[in-house]
Design a protein around this ligand. Structure first.
Ligand code: LLP
Length: 429
Protein backbone atom coordinates (compact mmCIF):
# COMPACT_ATOMS: atom_id res chain seq x y z
CA UNK A 1 0.00 0.00 0.00
CA UNK A 2 1.60 3.24 -1.08
CA UNK A 3 1.33 6.14 1.32
CA UNK A 4 -0.04 9.35 -0.13
CA UNK A 5 2.56 12.06 -0.79
CA UNK A 6 1.91 14.94 1.56
CA UNK A 7 1.93 18.50 0.31
CA UNK A 8 3.15 19.58 3.75
CA UNK A 9 6.93 19.06 3.95
CA UNK A 10 9.88 20.71 5.66
CA UNK A 11 12.01 22.86 3.37
CA UNK A 12 15.10 24.91 4.16
CA UNK A 13 14.19 28.59 4.68
CA UNK A 14 16.73 31.11 6.05
CA UNK A 15 18.82 28.43 7.72
CA UNK A 16 15.88 26.55 9.29
CA UNK A 17 13.72 23.66 8.20
CA UNK A 18 10.29 25.23 7.85
CA UNK A 19 7.08 23.33 7.26
CA UNK A 20 5.66 24.48 3.94
CA UNK A 21 2.43 23.93 2.07
CA UNK A 22 3.66 23.35 -1.46
CA UNK A 23 6.33 26.11 -1.67
CA UNK A 24 4.82 28.51 0.88
CA UNK A 25 6.18 28.49 4.46
CA UNK A 26 3.32 28.11 6.94
CA UNK A 27 5.09 30.68 9.12
CA UNK A 28 4.63 33.27 6.36
CA UNK A 29 0.90 32.58 6.17
CA UNK A 30 0.60 32.73 9.97
CA UNK A 31 2.44 36.08 10.04
CA UNK A 32 0.33 37.58 7.26
CA UNK A 33 -3.12 36.08 7.98
CA UNK A 34 -2.88 35.31 11.70
CA UNK A 35 -3.75 32.12 13.60
CA UNK A 36 -5.60 29.85 13.85
CA UNK A 37 -5.73 29.40 10.09
CA UNK A 38 -6.73 26.51 7.85
CA UNK A 39 -4.27 26.06 4.98
CA UNK A 40 -5.13 23.91 1.94
CA UNK A 41 -2.97 22.69 -0.93
CA UNK A 42 -4.66 23.12 -4.26
CA UNK A 43 -2.38 20.60 -5.96
CA UNK A 44 -3.20 17.93 -3.34
CA UNK A 45 -6.93 18.61 -3.68
CA UNK A 46 -6.68 18.22 -7.45
CA UNK A 47 -4.42 15.17 -7.17
CA UNK A 48 -6.80 13.40 -4.78
CA UNK A 49 -9.83 14.12 -6.98
CA UNK A 50 -8.04 12.90 -10.10
CA UNK A 51 -6.76 9.76 -8.31
CA UNK A 52 -10.29 8.86 -7.26
CA UNK A 53 -11.60 9.55 -10.77
CA UNK A 54 -8.83 7.45 -12.33
CA UNK A 55 -9.67 4.56 -9.99
CA UNK A 56 -13.13 4.39 -11.57
CA UNK A 57 -11.97 4.84 -15.17
CA UNK A 58 -13.68 2.50 -17.57
CA UNK A 59 -16.92 2.51 -15.55
CA UNK A 60 -19.55 5.14 -16.29
CA UNK A 61 -19.50 7.19 -13.09
CA UNK A 62 -20.14 10.49 -11.34
CA UNK A 63 -18.12 11.73 -8.37
CA UNK A 64 -20.50 13.76 -6.21
CA UNK A 65 -18.18 15.40 -3.65
CA UNK A 66 -19.77 15.30 -0.22
CA UNK A 67 -20.06 19.02 0.49
CA UNK A 68 -20.34 18.55 4.25
CA UNK A 69 -16.69 17.47 4.40
CA UNK A 70 -15.56 20.92 3.32
CA UNK A 71 -18.12 23.40 2.11
CA UNK A 72 -15.93 26.48 1.63
CA UNK A 73 -16.55 28.22 -1.69
CA UNK A 74 -12.83 28.24 -2.50
CA UNK A 75 -12.62 24.44 -2.18
CA UNK A 76 -15.93 23.75 -3.95
CA UNK A 77 -14.97 25.98 -6.88
CA UNK A 78 -11.75 24.02 -7.48
CA UNK A 79 -13.68 20.73 -7.49
CA UNK A 80 -16.48 22.13 -9.68
CA UNK A 81 -13.88 23.15 -12.24
CA UNK A 82 -12.52 19.60 -12.29
CA UNK A 83 -15.99 18.38 -13.26
CA UNK A 84 -17.12 17.09 -9.87
CA UNK A 85 -20.74 16.84 -8.82
CA UNK A 86 -21.98 17.33 -5.28
CA UNK A 87 -23.68 15.35 -2.53
CA UNK A 88 -25.63 17.89 -0.48
CA UNK A 89 -27.74 17.61 2.67
CA UNK A 90 -29.38 21.05 2.89
CA UNK A 91 -30.66 23.97 0.90
CA UNK A 92 -27.68 25.92 2.22
CA UNK A 93 -25.24 23.43 0.70
CA UNK A 94 -27.13 23.66 -2.61
CA UNK A 95 -26.71 27.44 -2.62
CA UNK A 96 -23.01 27.11 -1.83
CA UNK A 97 -22.46 24.59 -4.61
CA UNK A 98 -24.25 26.71 -7.22
CA UNK A 99 -22.45 29.86 -6.06
CA UNK A 100 -19.12 28.04 -6.38
CA UNK A 101 -19.95 27.42 -10.04
CA UNK A 102 -21.04 23.80 -9.59
CA UNK A 103 -23.44 22.12 -12.02
CA UNK A 104 -26.99 21.58 -10.71
CA UNK A 105 -27.50 18.47 -12.79
CA UNK A 106 -24.65 16.72 -10.94
CA UNK A 107 -26.20 17.20 -7.49
CA UNK A 108 -27.58 14.41 -5.34
CA UNK A 109 -29.58 15.50 -2.28
CA UNK A 110 -29.17 13.18 0.73
CA UNK A 111 -30.48 13.41 4.28
CA UNK A 112 -33.34 12.11 6.41
CA UNK A 113 -35.04 15.47 6.97
CA UNK A 114 -35.46 17.50 3.78
CA UNK A 115 -38.02 20.29 4.15
CA UNK A 116 -40.57 21.19 1.48
CA UNK A 117 -38.76 24.51 0.87
CA UNK A 118 -35.50 22.61 0.29
CA UNK A 119 -37.25 20.20 -2.07
CA UNK A 120 -38.70 23.10 -4.08
CA UNK A 121 -35.33 24.86 -4.33
CA UNK A 122 -33.65 21.66 -5.53
CA UNK A 123 -36.40 20.95 -8.08
CA UNK A 124 -36.21 24.51 -9.39
CA UNK A 125 -32.41 24.19 -9.72
CA UNK A 126 -32.82 20.90 -11.62
CA UNK A 127 -30.75 18.50 -9.52
CA UNK A 128 -29.83 14.98 -10.62
CA UNK A 129 -31.47 13.00 -7.81
CA UNK A 130 -33.12 13.10 -4.41
CA UNK A 131 -31.79 10.30 -2.24
CA UNK A 132 -35.06 9.63 -0.44
CA UNK A 133 -34.81 8.07 3.00
CA UNK A 134 -38.39 7.23 4.03
CA UNK A 135 -41.83 6.45 2.64
CA UNK A 136 -43.24 9.63 4.20
CA UNK A 137 -40.59 11.67 2.39
CA UNK A 138 -41.65 10.04 -0.91
CA UNK A 139 -45.22 11.22 -0.43
CA UNK A 140 -44.17 14.80 0.36
CA UNK A 141 -41.71 14.97 -2.55
CA UNK A 142 -44.38 13.69 -4.94
CA UNK A 143 -46.77 16.43 -3.80
CA UNK A 144 -44.13 19.19 -4.01
CA UNK A 145 -43.05 18.09 -7.50
CA UNK A 146 -46.62 17.93 -8.81
CA UNK A 147 -47.21 21.40 -7.36
CA UNK A 148 -44.38 22.69 -9.54
CA UNK A 149 -45.55 20.69 -12.55
CA UNK A 150 -42.39 18.55 -12.68
CA UNK A 151 -41.34 15.01 -11.83
CA UNK A 152 -38.73 14.60 -9.11
CA UNK A 153 -35.85 12.24 -9.93
CA UNK A 154 -35.67 9.77 -7.05
CA UNK A 155 -33.12 7.32 -5.81
CA UNK A 156 -34.15 5.36 -2.72
CA UNK A 157 -31.61 5.09 0.05
CA UNK A 158 -31.54 1.55 1.33
CA UNK A 159 -30.08 0.62 4.69
CA UNK A 160 -28.20 -2.57 3.82
CA UNK A 161 -27.55 -3.54 7.46
CA UNK A 162 -23.78 -3.98 7.20
CA UNK A 163 -21.27 -3.09 9.87
CA UNK A 164 -18.90 -0.41 8.58
CA UNK A 165 -16.53 -1.11 11.51
CA UNK A 166 -15.95 2.55 12.21
CA UNK A 167 -16.74 4.95 15.08
CA UNK A 168 -20.40 4.46 16.15
CA UNK A 169 -21.27 8.14 15.55
CA UNK A 170 -20.28 7.90 11.88
CA UNK A 171 -21.59 4.41 11.18
CA UNK A 172 -24.82 4.70 9.20
CA UNK A 173 -25.65 1.37 7.55
CA UNK A 174 -26.85 -0.66 10.50
CA UNK A 175 -30.50 -1.50 11.26
CA UNK A 176 -30.42 0.59 14.42
CA UNK A 177 -29.26 3.74 12.54
CA UNK A 178 -31.75 6.39 11.40
CA UNK A 179 -30.67 6.26 7.77
CA UNK A 180 -32.36 4.83 4.70
CA UNK A 181 -35.24 2.43 4.18
CA UNK A 182 -34.86 -1.03 5.70
CA UNK A 183 -33.55 -3.53 3.15
CA UNK A 184 -36.55 -5.76 3.91
CA UNK A 185 -39.00 -2.98 3.02
CA UNK A 186 -37.09 -1.64 0.01
CA UNK A 187 -38.80 -3.56 -2.79
CA UNK A 188 -42.26 -2.47 -1.67
CA UNK A 189 -41.07 1.13 -1.28
CA UNK A 190 -39.76 1.14 -4.85
CA UNK A 191 -43.10 -0.13 -6.19
CA UNK A 192 -44.95 2.44 -4.12
CA UNK A 193 -42.69 5.21 -5.45
CA UNK A 194 -43.11 4.04 -9.02
CA UNK A 195 -46.88 4.50 -8.63
CA UNK A 196 -46.56 8.17 -7.58
CA UNK A 197 -46.97 10.39 -10.66
CA UNK A 198 -44.71 13.18 -9.39
CA UNK A 199 -41.70 10.88 -9.07
CA UNK A 200 -39.26 9.47 -11.61
CA UNK A 201 -37.71 6.47 -9.85
CA UNK A 202 -34.20 6.29 -11.29
CA UNK A 203 -31.80 4.90 -8.74
CA UNK A 204 -30.86 3.15 -5.56
CA UNK A 205 -28.47 4.53 -2.98
CA UNK A 206 -26.66 3.61 0.21
CA UNK A 207 -24.05 5.11 2.51
CA UNK A 208 -22.82 2.89 5.29
CA UNK A 209 -20.46 5.13 7.21
CA UNK A 210 -17.35 7.25 7.16
CA UNK A 211 -13.61 6.64 7.68
CA UNK A 212 -13.88 3.02 6.53
CA UNK A 213 -10.57 1.22 6.45
CA UNK A 214 -11.58 -1.98 4.66
CA UNK A 215 -13.26 -2.71 1.34
CA UNK A 216 -15.44 -5.62 2.56
CA UNK A 217 -18.23 -3.49 4.10
CA UNK A 218 -18.51 -1.56 0.82
CA UNK A 219 -18.66 -4.66 -1.31
CA UNK A 220 -21.13 -6.38 1.08
CA UNK A 221 -23.43 -3.35 0.82
CA UNK A 222 -23.11 -3.17 -2.96
CA UNK A 223 -23.91 -6.88 -3.25
CA UNK A 224 -27.23 -6.24 -1.46
CA UNK A 225 -27.96 -3.33 -3.76
CA UNK A 226 -27.16 -5.19 -6.98
CA UNK A 227 -29.48 -8.05 -5.91
CA UNK A 228 -32.22 -5.48 -5.41
CA UNK A 229 -31.53 -3.81 -8.78
CA UNK A 230 -31.87 -7.18 -10.54
CA UNK A 231 -35.02 -8.08 -8.62
CA UNK A 232 -36.61 -4.71 -9.43
CA UNK A 233 -35.63 -5.11 -13.07
CA UNK A 234 -37.47 -8.41 -13.20
CA UNK A 235 -40.46 -6.65 -11.62
CA UNK A 236 -40.50 -3.93 -14.29
CA UNK A 237 -38.56 -1.14 -12.55
CA UNK A 238 -35.38 -0.39 -14.48
CA UNK A 239 -32.91 1.77 -12.52
CA UNK A 240 -30.34 4.04 -14.17
CA UNK A 241 -28.06 4.79 -11.21
CA UNK A 242 -26.50 2.98 -8.30
CA UNK A 243 -25.09 5.35 -5.68
CA UNK A 244 -22.62 3.72 -3.28
CA UNK A 245 -22.27 6.77 -1.00
CA UNK A 246 -18.93 7.90 0.40
CA UNK A 247 -16.88 6.68 3.30
CA UNK A 248 -13.40 5.72 2.14
CA UNK A 249 -11.02 6.51 4.99
CA UNK A 250 -7.69 8.31 5.01
CA UNK A 251 -4.49 7.61 6.91
CA UNK A 252 -4.33 9.87 9.99
CA UNK A 253 -0.87 8.54 10.77
CA UNK A 254 -1.61 6.98 14.15
CA UNK A 255 0.85 4.26 15.12
CA UNK A 256 -0.76 0.85 14.91
CA UNK A 257 -3.66 1.93 12.70
CA UNK A 258 -3.94 -0.10 9.52
CA UNK A 259 -3.85 2.22 6.50
CA UNK A 260 -7.12 2.34 4.54
CA UNK A 261 -7.34 0.95 1.02
CA UNK A 262 -6.02 3.27 -1.68
CA UNK A 263 -8.54 4.77 -4.12
CA UNK A 264 -7.21 2.25 -6.67
CA UNK A 265 -7.98 -0.70 -4.39
CA UNK A 266 -11.35 0.76 -3.48
CA UNK A 267 -12.20 1.39 -7.15
CA UNK A 268 -11.27 -2.14 -8.18
CA UNK A 269 -13.39 -3.62 -5.38
CA UNK A 270 -16.40 -1.43 -6.18
CA UNK A 271 -16.20 -2.17 -9.89
CA UNK A 272 -16.01 -5.91 -9.27
CA UNK A 273 -19.02 -5.75 -6.93
CA UNK A 274 -21.02 -3.85 -9.54
CA UNK A 275 -20.39 -6.41 -12.28
CA UNK A 276 -23.79 -8.16 -11.94
CA UNK A 277 -25.68 -4.99 -12.96
CA UNK A 278 -23.30 -3.52 -15.52
CA UNK A 279 -25.12 -5.11 -18.44
CA UNK A 280 -28.23 -3.13 -17.41
CA UNK A 281 -26.41 0.13 -18.18
CA UNK A 282 -26.47 1.37 -14.59
CA UNK A 283 -24.26 4.39 -13.87
CA UNK A 284 -22.15 4.42 -10.68
CA UNK A 285 -22.44 7.45 -8.40
CA UNK A 286 -19.98 7.95 -5.51
CA UNK A 287 -20.16 10.52 -2.72
CA UNK A 288 -16.61 10.78 -1.36
CA UNK A 289 -15.74 13.63 1.00
CA UNK A 290 -12.85 12.91 3.34
CA UNK A 291 -10.66 11.09 0.82
CA UNK A 292 -10.79 14.06 -1.56
CA UNK A 293 -10.07 16.89 0.85
CA UNK A 294 -8.77 15.39 4.11
CA UNK A 295 -5.08 15.33 3.38
CA UNK A 296 -5.14 18.66 1.55
CA UNK A 297 -5.64 20.71 4.72
CA UNK A 298 -3.83 21.61 7.92
CA UNK A 299 -4.85 23.78 10.85
CA UNK A 300 -2.03 26.09 11.92
CA UNK A 301 -2.12 27.29 15.49
CA UNK A 302 0.22 29.25 17.79
CA UNK A 303 1.35 28.19 21.25
CA UNK A 304 0.18 30.61 23.95
CA UNK A 305 1.31 29.05 27.22
CA UNK A 306 2.57 25.87 28.84
CA UNK A 307 1.94 24.49 32.26
CA UNK A 308 2.56 21.39 34.27
CA UNK A 309 0.72 19.98 37.25
CA UNK A 310 1.45 16.89 39.33
CA UNK A 311 0.36 14.49 36.62
CA UNK A 312 0.26 16.29 33.29
CA UNK A 313 1.92 18.74 30.97
CA UNK A 314 -0.31 21.02 28.89
CA UNK A 315 0.45 23.03 25.77
CA UNK A 316 -2.18 25.73 25.38
CA UNK A 317 -2.66 26.88 21.79
CA UNK A 318 -4.90 29.48 20.13
CA UNK A 319 -7.03 26.89 18.27
CA UNK A 320 -9.71 25.05 20.19
CA UNK A 321 -12.39 22.43 19.75
CA UNK A 322 -14.66 25.01 18.16
CA UNK A 323 -12.09 25.12 15.31
CA UNK A 324 -11.49 21.36 15.08
CA UNK A 325 -14.08 19.21 16.84
CA UNK A 326 -12.93 15.79 15.71
CA UNK A 327 -10.57 14.94 18.61
CA UNK A 328 -13.17 15.80 21.27
CA UNK A 329 -16.20 14.44 19.46
CA UNK A 330 -14.86 11.17 18.08
CA UNK A 331 -11.61 10.70 19.97
CA UNK A 332 -9.97 11.27 16.58
CA UNK A 333 -6.21 11.43 16.14
CA UNK A 334 -4.67 14.19 14.02
CA UNK A 335 -0.94 14.26 13.29
CA UNK A 336 0.94 17.31 14.60
CA UNK A 337 4.28 18.83 13.70
CA UNK A 338 6.03 22.00 14.81
CA UNK A 339 6.14 24.46 11.93
CA UNK A 340 9.87 25.08 12.50
CA UNK A 341 11.76 21.82 12.83
CA UNK A 342 13.57 21.63 16.16
CA UNK A 343 15.92 19.23 17.88
CA UNK A 344 14.46 20.03 21.30
CA UNK A 345 13.75 16.94 23.39
CA UNK A 346 10.35 15.30 23.13
CA UNK A 347 7.71 16.10 25.70
CA UNK A 348 4.51 14.18 26.35
CA UNK A 349 1.79 16.81 26.45
CA UNK A 350 -1.92 17.49 26.07
CA UNK A 351 -2.49 20.06 23.34
CA UNK A 352 -5.49 22.08 24.50
CA UNK A 353 -7.34 25.23 23.49
CA UNK A 354 -8.66 28.25 25.41
CA UNK A 355 -12.27 26.96 25.71
CA UNK A 356 -13.64 26.46 29.19
CA UNK A 357 -14.31 22.73 29.01
CA UNK A 358 -12.17 19.74 29.83
CA UNK A 359 -13.36 18.32 26.50
CA UNK A 360 -11.47 21.06 24.71
CA UNK A 361 -8.38 19.21 23.55
CA UNK A 362 -6.73 18.65 20.18
CA UNK A 363 -4.41 15.85 21.34
CA UNK A 364 -3.87 13.93 24.54
CA UNK A 365 -0.60 12.49 25.80
CA UNK A 366 1.12 13.37 22.55
CA UNK A 367 4.86 12.99 22.13
CA UNK A 368 5.95 16.30 20.57
CA UNK A 369 9.24 18.18 20.48
CA UNK A 370 8.93 20.62 23.41
CA UNK A 371 7.07 23.72 22.25
CA UNK A 372 7.50 27.25 23.54
CA UNK A 373 5.14 30.22 23.58
CA UNK A 374 5.03 31.80 20.12
CA UNK A 375 5.89 28.55 18.31
CA UNK A 376 3.59 27.44 15.52
CA UNK A 377 2.10 23.96 15.38
CA UNK A 378 0.53 22.35 12.29
CA UNK A 379 -2.35 19.94 12.83
CA UNK A 380 -2.48 17.67 9.80
CA UNK A 381 -5.15 15.82 7.83
CA UNK A 382 -7.61 18.54 8.84
CA UNK A 383 -9.09 19.32 5.42
CA UNK A 384 -12.22 17.22 5.95
CA UNK A 385 -14.74 17.91 8.72
CA UNK A 386 -12.40 20.56 10.13
CA UNK A 387 -13.63 24.01 9.22
CA UNK A 388 -17.02 22.67 8.12
CA UNK A 389 -17.77 21.59 11.70
CA UNK A 390 -16.38 24.73 13.33
CA UNK A 391 -18.62 26.71 15.69
CA UNK A 392 -18.59 30.03 17.49
CA UNK A 393 -18.70 28.56 20.99
CA UNK A 394 -17.20 30.91 23.57
CA UNK A 395 -17.84 33.72 21.03
CA UNK A 396 -14.78 32.69 19.10
CA UNK A 397 -14.76 34.02 15.54
CA UNK A 398 -14.06 31.22 13.10
CA UNK A 399 -10.59 30.86 11.59
CA UNK A 400 -9.40 32.21 8.24
CA UNK A 401 -8.86 29.82 5.32
CA UNK A 402 -6.08 29.97 2.76
CA UNK A 403 -5.61 28.10 -0.51
CA UNK A 404 -1.99 27.58 -1.56
CA UNK A 405 -0.96 27.03 -5.13
CA UNK A 406 2.76 26.66 -5.85
CA UNK A 407 4.58 29.62 -4.29
CA UNK A 408 1.49 31.78 -3.80
CA UNK A 409 -1.70 31.72 -1.78
CA UNK A 410 -5.17 33.21 -1.72
CA UNK A 411 -7.26 33.93 1.36
CA UNK A 412 -10.48 32.07 0.53
CA UNK A 413 -12.16 33.08 3.79
CA UNK A 414 -11.39 36.09 5.94
CA UNK A 415 -11.21 35.53 9.66
CA UNK A 416 -14.62 36.19 11.16
CA UNK A 417 -15.04 39.28 13.33
CA UNK A 418 -16.93 39.60 16.61
CA UNK A 419 -19.13 42.24 14.95
CA UNK A 420 -20.19 39.65 12.37
CA UNK A 421 -21.04 37.25 15.16
CA UNK A 422 -23.27 39.81 16.87
CA UNK A 423 -24.86 41.22 13.72
CA UNK A 424 -28.08 39.16 13.94
CA UNK A 425 -28.67 39.78 17.63
CA UNK A 426 -30.35 42.52 19.62
CA UNK A 427 -30.63 43.31 23.29
CA UNK A 428 -34.02 42.69 24.90
CA UNK A 429 -36.55 45.54 24.84
N1 LLP B 1 -22.70 10.56 1.66
C1 LLP B 1 -23.48 10.64 2.75
C2 LLP B 1 -24.92 10.39 2.62
C3 LLP B 1 -22.90 10.97 3.98
O1 LLP B 1 -23.68 11.06 5.06
C4 LLP B 1 -21.52 11.22 4.07
C5 LLP B 1 -20.90 11.56 5.34
C6 LLP B 1 -20.74 11.13 2.89
C7 LLP B 1 -21.37 10.79 1.70
C8 LLP B 1 -19.27 11.40 2.87
O2 LLP B 1 -18.54 10.50 3.65
P1 LLP B 1 -16.93 10.51 3.59
O3 LLP B 1 -16.51 10.09 2.21
O4 LLP B 1 -16.46 11.89 3.88
O5 LLP B 1 -16.55 9.55 4.65
N2 LLP B 1 -17.89 14.43 10.93
C9 LLP B 1 -17.40 13.07 10.82
C10 LLP B 1 -17.80 12.43 9.52
C11 LLP B 1 -19.29 12.46 9.28
C12 LLP B 1 -19.69 11.85 7.98
C13 LLP B 1 -21.12 12.12 7.71
N3 LLP B 1 -21.56 11.65 6.45
C14 LLP B 1 -15.90 13.06 11.02
O6 LLP B 1 -15.32 14.13 11.24
O7 LLP B 1 -15.28 12.01 11.00
Amino acid sequence: MSSTPTPFEYRPVDGHDELCCEAVPLARIAAEVGTPVYVYSRSELERAYRAFDAALAGTDHLIAFSVKANSSLGILSVLARLGAGADIVSGGELTRWLRAGGAADKVVFSGVGKTEAEMRAALEAGILAFNVESEEELVVLDRVARGLGVRAPVSLRVNPDVDAQTHPYISTGLKQNKFGIAATAARDAFHRAADLPGLDVMGVDCHIGSQLTKTAPFTDAIARLTELVLELDRGGIRLRELDVGGGLGIDYGKDGDAPPPSPGEYGAAVRAALAPVMSLGVRLVCEPGRVIVGNAGALVTRVLYRKRNDVKHFTIVDAAFNDLMRPSLYGAYHPMRPVRRTDRAAQVTDVVGPICETGDFLARDRDLPALEPGDLLAIGAAGAYGFSMASNYNTRPRAAEVLVSGDGYQVIRDRETVDQLLANERVAE
